[in-house]
Design a protein around this ligand. Structure first.
Ligand code: SIN
Length: 530
């Protein structure tokens, strides 16, 4: 007997940019929407996003073609170019829609101010509040769904999803929510917009809620996932000491775009001779160069010298970074900022087409949890907020179109909350950081896989246990893909296979086998999902 049951057309899991954009658009299209989050509406990664929205605005001398070129180059030849073009071309309209909802971006007399970040050959990143773009987007979208907003959408805060429920025909029929068996949200469509999985690593720029929940839910529902081995490390998280764990403050790339220089501990420039774009090379290149230099100098951080900007300008243009530095006892106007790479973004995820459809009927994904083909082996800076805006809108429109022809769920719902393997979170984080970060090899990947496999079967009864089950599965899936890719490409650097191999210019798909363990499957179907 379930304690309660709710019904909706669309259940949106997650309250980041993609989730809220989708929920708003779906409601505008007349769907009954319920938003579910394990935390509160403000608790996602969005508010920490300092980098802006990369968009080729008309009339700026930039073009979608140029943006696609930079995206594909950063993606180490593993992007789906058609998907990238479709998503990036929809950028200007997505930004206009967000501004129409009330978001304000930084401007100058010639229009929106545009900055540069790593891998971009053009000034095309728009920001809000200097380095507080995520906070402004979240304010806008959360305001629109709130009690005071025009649509007033129901938000189930503090509800952990344990399973995507499917009917006898395999179609999505709703969500099981904690406590086990107590709550069910019946929905003909489910959109996963749960963000990333930075908490798989000991040190990350991600919020505490980024525990790979959506990836695990999709895998268990039978969805195809791909490019999981590509976990992007941001080159410059603020380094606050050797014992630091969890979320670290980001030091945005836009500071390098404004001329800051990476130096090693001896004062030698890190990026000289490494890449034609120097400190503004794609993120995987900069993170790898920093890692090499740290190893050569026997240190665990490097320095970012932004003193040429001076304290007043840093405070005005980069208020979030400035405040974090001051709090850590570093005056960035007077001294270089200690920085080190940290887990930042999952380039792979649940395979979708460019309308957010996964390979499971009725299941959609958008934002970081999804793999559209835009990012390839390494995401271009500030393409993620753009992708979330575009794909949130498109997924909502796809749900509305699909529901007009979808049959009603057949039969009763299966009982939720199966027993799942759960490994120790601290051990998993340490193993992933040691063996599945920048610089991997077969022995290390096997050691990390053994840690993930040293799990005990549990029926998750608390949000923390449900997260741990998700982290365990996400780790195993990433490790399976990383083990299979015997080359180095983008964010995936293998010390035992340092070269990029033409035969590996293909995407690795992962699904669950009949025992529930991740297995590497065939190639990703052209055009993404079914
Ligand atoms: C940054 O500001 O450096 C991060 C932007 C991003 O992750 O795209």
């Amino acid at each position: 007997m379930r304690a309660w049951e709710l019904t909706a057309d669309l259940a949106v899991v997650g309250t980041g940019v993609a989730g809220l954009t989708a929920a708003l658009r779906a409601a505008e299209l007349g769907l009954r929407v319920v938003i579910v989050t394990k935390a509160t509406i403000e608790d996602g990664n969005t508010r920490w996003a300092q980098g802006g929205v990369a968009v080729a605005l008309p009339g700026t001398g930039d073009s979608v073609d140029a943006h696609v070129t930079d995206t594909v180059a950063a993606g180490a030849r593993l992007c789906d170019e058609a998907a990238a073009r479709a998503i990036l071309a929809a950028g200007p309209a997505a930004v206009s829609a967000l501004r129409a909802r009330g978001a304000t971006f930084d401007g100058d007399p010639s229009g929106l101010r545009r900055a540069r970040e790593g891998g971009h050959q053009a000034f095309r990143i728009i920001h809000a509040g200097g380095d507080a773009t995520g906070a402004e987007i979240e304010r806008t979208l959360a305001g629109a769904v709130s009690e005071q907003g025009p649509l007033r959408l129901p938000v189930l805060e503090g509800h952990t999803v344990t399973e995507v429920l499917r009917d006898g025909a395999g179609r999505v029929a709703g969500l099981a929510l904690l406590g086990c068996g107590d709550g069910v949200l019946r929905a003909r469509a489910v959109l996963l917009a749960t963000g990333g999985l930075g908490q798989l690593y000991a040190v990350s720029t991600n919020a505490d809620v980024a525990t790979g929940d959506g990836l695990a839910l999709a895998l268990r529902a039978g969805a195809l996932t791909a490019d999981l081995e590509f976990v992007q490390f941001h080159p410059t998280a603020l380094y606050v000491g050797p014992a630091s764990r969890g979320r670290q403050p980001l030091v945005t790339e836009a500071i390098r775009g404004a001329g800051a220089v990476l130096l090693d501990i001896t004062g030698a420039p890190v990026m000289n001779g490494v890449h034609p774009l120097g400190g503004l090379a794609p993120r995987d290149v900069v993170s790898a160069a920093i890692t090499n230099r740290m190893s050569a100098t026997g240190t665990d951080h490097v320095l970012l010298d932004a003193t040429h900007l001076g304290g007043a300008q840093l405070r005005r243009r980069f208020p979030t970074v400035h405040a974090a530095c001051i709090q850590a006892g570093v005056d960035p106007g007077r001294m270089p900022i200690p920085v080190a790479p940290a887990a930042h973004y999952h380039c792979g995820g649940v395979v979708t087409d460019t309308s957010g459809r996964t390979t499971v009927r009725g299941l959609y994904a958008a934002g970081e949890v999804a793999r559209t083909g835009l990012h390839g082996a390494n995401r271009l800076a500030s393409n993620s907020l753009l992708e979330a805006l575009v794909m949130g809108t498109r997924a909502a429109e796809a749900v509305a179109a699909d529901l007009t022809v979808a049959p009603r769920p057949a039969g009763s719902l299966p009982p939720p909350c199966a027993v799942r393997p759960v490994a120790d979170r601290d051990q998993v984080q340490r193993a992933m950081s040691a063996h599945a970060g920048i610089g991997r090899d077969a022995a290390g990947l096997a050691a990390a896989s053994a840690v993930a496999a040293a799990s005990t079967p549990q029926r998750p009864r608390t949000p923390r246990e449900a997260e741990d089950a998700g982290l365990t599965l996400a780790a195993a899936a990433i490790l399976a893909a990383a083990t299979a890719r015997t080359e180095s490409r983008g964010c995936h650097l293998r010390t035992d296979h340092p070269r990029t191999r033409a035969r590996w210019r293909r995407n690795i798909a992962v699904v669950l086998d009949s025992t529930g363990a991740p297995m590497v499957a065939g190639p990703v179907p052209v055009g993404g999902a079914a």
